[in-house]
Design a protein around this ligand. Structure first.
Ligand SMILES: *[C@@H]1O[C@H](CO)[C@@H](O)[C@H](O)[C@H]1NC(C)=O
Ligand SMILES: *[C@@H]1O[C@H](CO)[C@@H](O)[C@H](O)[C@H]1NC(C)=O
Length: 231
């Protein structure tokens, strides 16, 4: 369900980018809730628009807040609170209306809600206090989704969704073979590892495992039985 929300909000961001045109109002597109694994990272996608009134303000400090605490900032004038220092970064370019930010080493206490403030020097400041982002921090990773096809060769896949495209989980296999790994944006981010190898008699009726290493502290394992195809 959370994945769907994230996906929808990414779609909305794309639509906004196409249809916004010259800004009339303060608008923001952010996912309302993102599920994230404790100790992993989360990239929070965000776009906004502001009433331009014929002006383009070059310098535009922006920061993300939780209540009065600043949790990510693109300007040293707005100091990040100790709790978030060194863990968060605005990765979007505020001047280009991209307010995406990244939080690393997520803690259970990072629930939010978080919201964006934009300062337009000598003019105004605006806080998107109605469009907040909350993090649903969970502690036990879901097992990966596995598939297996057996013919002359074994082809197995191991898939995990996550919200940390900058450091996707590492996937490893219990059996040697040729592996390829991809990470792409579908519903949230999907990292897929594909293993292929030519099975030997001894490989059959044994589990084939895939281990997902999300961070130093969190791993999940999936297992499928390698069954000989009846001919
Ligand atoms: C694979 O997983 C199964 C089931 O969880 C476990 O019993 C087995 O020890 C694992 N094998 C390896 C090589 O990790
Ligand atoms: C996961 O990967 C990291 C980085 O390579 C490593 O330091 C850590 O020990 C691994 N964790 C597990 C449980 O395998």
């Amino acid at each position: 369900m959370m994945d769907l929300k994230l996906w929808l909000s990414i779609l909305i961001v794309c639509e906004m980018a196409e249809s916004m045109g010259p800004g009339q109002n303060w608008l923001i597109s952010v996912p309302p809730v993102i599920s994230v694994l404790e100790s992993s990272c989360v990239v929070i996608p965000c776009m906004y628009d502001y009433p331009k009134k014929g002006h383009l303000w070059k310098k535009r400090p922006g920061y993300w807040r939780r209540g009065d605490d600043i949790v990510a900032s693109n300007n040293p004038k707005f100091k990040v609170t100790q709790e978030f220092k060194g863990r968060s970064k605005i990765t979007g370019i505020i001047e280009r209306s991209i307010c995406t930010w990244q939080l690393n080493d997520v803690r259970v206490t990072d629930a939010g809600p978080f919201y964006l403030t934009i300062e337009i020097p000598r003019f105004t400041s605006y806080t998107f206090s109605k469009d907040t982002v909350a993090l649903n921090v969970f502690q036990v990773p879901e097992p990966p989704v596995m598939t297996i096809e057996v013919s002359n060769k074994v082809t197995a896949t191991c898939k995990v969704t996550h919200v940390c495209p900058t450091s996707p989980p590492k996937i490893s296999w219990s059996h040697p073979g040729i592996t390829t790994t991809t990470t792409k944006l579908t519903k949230a981010w999907l990292t897929t590892s594909t293993l292929t190898f030519t099975p030997e008699e001894a490989d059959f009726n044994k589990p084939l495992n895939c281990t997902v290493n999300f961070s130093d502290k969190k791993t999940a394992e999936g297992s499928v039985l390698l069954v000989k195809k009846s001919t």
